[in-house]
Design a protein around this ligand. Structure first.
Ligand SMILES: Cc1ncc(COP(=O)(O)O)c(C=O)c1O
Length: 365
């Protein structure tokens, strides 16, 4: 028998979430963001469920190759553009659209030999100060691209730093609108948080939206709002079994560092899941977990292959009982990845992406 841990990717949830985002984005086209191997879910595993998108957005040429190998003939956008002049040959061969965010990428295009002119998205740094041309230099970059025979369509792009938080998007939106006011081309601005929170504004939707995290069933603005609020569903369940049970007396401790001490008689269960499976080591006593369909909490430190859970509220639990680390339990109970991430001081994004290769993954229609 292999270890009992498994991850399950839920196609019905992915389809539901995509439909939900489409409703929020009304008439805009949707880039399904599948970078980082579809946020840890696996490009090949999510493809069928997400093929209703209008295009796939990602970072990596190898990931683009994989999407083409799956038979996708529609648009693919490289969100950071090319890293090297030779990458442009792959863009030509695979018909990839690519972001242009710096002069060096324009220089590479200017000497690129291609029969088929490229579609590019010119990225503005409207305030996030990560990638993109400053508002002052944006139009000059646009004019340079416009003059190149290697370039066909020029789309307009920016990215919000605070779509999920109190600062919001107004300042960046107004800079972007001001600079691009009379420029032709398709526009793309909104990530998941912007689609869900501000998708009623046509300027935010633009022509293409770029949701990632909400497609996978995490609330971009948790804990202000949760997935129930946004009507999205977990696309990944991480589940395992109890492989041990211990009876503690008052004063007994649990795990490395003895950092949990029983203050009464209590039963604890030992789960076949640890940080080498991608479960965050920063989770500590109090982190929610589902055992046999009932919510309880972990106790003590997470170790490499195991963690311990309080069985006080689950007296029937025994070796073999199902444990849900995040996602949906067999009885339908849901523990969101956002709750676990919060207990670890991080975000659902990081947990999804960190699912370890040693965890077997199933796909559920
Ligand atoms: C340029 C760009 N667009 C869209 C996204 C998708 O964002 P989210 O997963 O928050 O929806 C990302 C993700 O970080 C990104 O970097």
């Amino acid at each position: 028998m292999p270890r009992p841990i498994t991850a399950t990717i839920h196609h019905a949830a992915l389809r539901h979430n995509l439909a939900r985002l489409r409703r929020a984005a009304v008439d805009a086209k949707v880039w399904g963001v599948v970078k980082a191997n579809a946020y840890g879910h696996g490009i090949e595993r999510v493809f069928e469920a997400l093929r209703g998108v209008d295009g796939f957005a990602l970072l990596d040429l190898q990931e683009a190759e994989r999407v083409r190998a799956l038979g996708w003939r529609g648009p693919i956008l490289l969100l950071e553009g090319v890293f090297d002049a030779r990458d442009l040959e792959t863009c030509s061969r695979l018909n990839l659209w690519h972001t242009v965010h710096c002069d060096e990428q324009v220089d590479m295009l200017a000497v690129h030999k291609t029969h088929q002119p490229h579609t590019v998205f010119l990225k503005m740094n409207s305030g996030m100060n990560r990638l993109g041309f400053s508002p002052q230099r944006y139009r000059a970059a646009w004019s340079r691209l416009e003059a190149l025979p290697q370039v066909d369509e020029i789309g307009l792009m920016t990215h919000f730093s605070d779509a999920d938080g109190p600062k919001g998007i107004a300042a960046q939106l107004s800079v972007f609108n001001e600079v691009t006011r009379d420029l032709p081309g398709e526009r793309t601005l909104a990530n998941s948080a912007a689609v869900l929170r501000f998708g009623n504004d046509a300027q935010v939707r633009g022509d293409w939206v770029r949701p990632g995290i909400a497609m996978y069933g995490s609330a971009p603005d948790y804990p202000d709002n949760d997935i129930a609020h946004w009507d999205v569903q977990p696309a990944m369940t991480l589940a395992s079994h109890l492989i041990g049970v211990q009876q503690l007396k008052p004063g007994d401790t649990v795990g490395y560092g003895s950092n949990f001490t029983a203050d009464r008689d209590m039963r604890i269960g030992v789960v076949a899941c640890g940080y080498a499976d991608g479960y965050p080591r920063h989770c500590n006593t109090g982190t929610p977990i589902i055992v046999g369909g009932t919510r309880t909490q972990i106790v003590g430190r997470v170790s490499m292959d195991m963690l311990a859970v309080d069985l006080t509220t689950v007296p029937d639990a025994e070796i073999g009982t199902e444990v849900t680390l995040w996602g949906r339990a067999a009885n339908g109970a849901v523990l969101t990845i956002d709750e676990v991430a919060r207990a670890a001081g991080t975000l659902g994004y990081e947990l999804m992406c960190a699912l370890a290769p040693r965890v077997p993954v199933n796909v559920q229609a």
